[in-house]
Design a protein around this ligand. Structure first.
Ligand code: ADP
Ligand code: MG
Length: 348
């Protein structure tokens, strides 16, 4: 278990105030907050690159505050990825093992097995310059995992990855950390990423830790305007997933999804991915339900329309113009449609 206790760091215009939290073995913890809130500073303090002004770091109750980075045995992927451009993929991944003075034969064996696990064997002889953003991240992750670190620290890894493959890469990180049993601190400014990957979330604002908990703690008690505004237009629903169908708890409603796996889980559908219509529409959307408007909240540009579908409440976000064009009112009967792949799975 890694523990931060009362960590403080002061710069001219910024200070990190009284940061305390723990991460358990095998856990994925997201550190989330707007840009400039101090996320990277915390990560660098954990790695040992930056010294805190006060406070302590512990591993299994042993004080490591004074340890230099190389003695901490942590895998770190900086925001800038940080691959060595003059080394090829094989040499990049081999580097930490060389540093640890592991013999050549053993090194090769370990690197090959990691390349296999990461599905990047064909990249062996390539140089960072000739890798895509996603490939670079995988190589950096492989280099962080290769020496069996105590923990992996990832600073905003999605920044360098194409939007279309982010979800796939997120799942990849989750699967790899489970396979190796290594805890991960995942830094992001994106709540959806955090909800998809983490067991627990810590929110930071202006150098302070403002809330920590699991996803349901955040849904039930956002506690903060920034957090609440994120959840406002999300439909978060609890139920059971089987054969890509999601049966909603305490309801006879079933949602079609593209999600794999079976078991109790929760899902999310963004309010602006639901189409609201007065007549039943025939489209490619696999989910179409009849419901009744029970409320709507005016916004400057948008309307959040609250619809009851057989006792399940959906929040749909439409523009003010659409709302007026459809001449919607309380109690109106409406149809909701959304695609199976608009349904995202949340952790837990
Ligand atoms: P985040 O990763 O959440 O975007 P950072 O931890 O990188 O935030 O930075 C937090 C604040 O600390 C920023 O306002 C940044 O300008 C400031 N900061 C970071 N490093 C230094 C430094 N070495 N000297 C002075 N100010 C710094
Ligand atoms: Mg940062």
């Amino acid at each position: 278990m890694l523990e931060l206790k009362n960590i403080e760091k002061k710069y001219t215009d910024f200070s990190l105030k009284d940061i305390s939290f723990k991460i358990k073995q095998g856990e994925i913890l997201s550190l989330i907050g707007p840009s400039g809130s101090g996320k990277s500073t915390i990560i660098k303090i954990i790695t040992g690159i930056i010294k805190p002004d006060s406070g302590n770091l512990f591993i299994d109750r042993k004080d490591i505050t004074g340890y230099p980075p190389e003695m901490r045995n942590f895998g770190y992927i900086p925001q800038t990825i940080g691959l060595f451009s003059h080394l090829n993929v094989m040499e990049n991944i081999e580097f930490p093992l060389k540093f640890k003075k592991i013999g050549k034969k053993k090194r090769k064996e370990i690197v090959l097995s990691v390349l296999e696990d990461f599905g990047i064997k064909e990249l062996l002889n390539r140089y960072p310059l000739n890798l895509s953003g996603g490939e670079k991240q995988k190589v950096a992750l492989a280099r962080a995992f290769v020496f069996n670190p105590y923990i992996i620290l990832m600073d905003e890894p999605m920044n360098s990855i194409d939007y279309q493959i982010r979800e796939k890469y997120l799942k990849f990180i989750k699967d790899i950390s489970r396979k190796y049993g290594t805890p991960v601190i995942y830094v992001t400014h994106n709540f959806e990423e955090a909800m998809a990957i983490s067991d627990r979330i810590i929110v930071m604002k202006e150098g302070k830790l403002i809330k920590q908990g699991n996803i349901s703690d955040f849904i039930k008690n956002p506690d903060d305007v920034w957090i609440a505004s994120f959840f406002r237009h999300k439909n978060i629903i609890f139920g059971y997933l089987k054969d890509r169908e999601f049966r909603i708890d305490n309801s006879d409603l079933t949602i079609k999804t593209t999600l794999e796996g079976e078991g109790k889980t929760s899902i999310m559908i963004k309010g602006d991915e639901i189409i609201l219509s007065k007549e039943k529409i025939f489209s490619s959307a696999l989910n179409c339900f009849k419901g009744k408007i029970i409320d709507f909240t005016p916004d400057l540009y948008n309307r959040e329309v609250v619809v009851d579908v057989r006792k399940v409440v959906f929040k749909v976000l439409i523009t003010k113009e659409s709302f007026e064009k459809l001449s919607l009112a309380g109690d109106s009967e409406v149809y909701l449609s959304f695609k199976a792949n608009s349904v995202k799975k949340l952790k837990g």
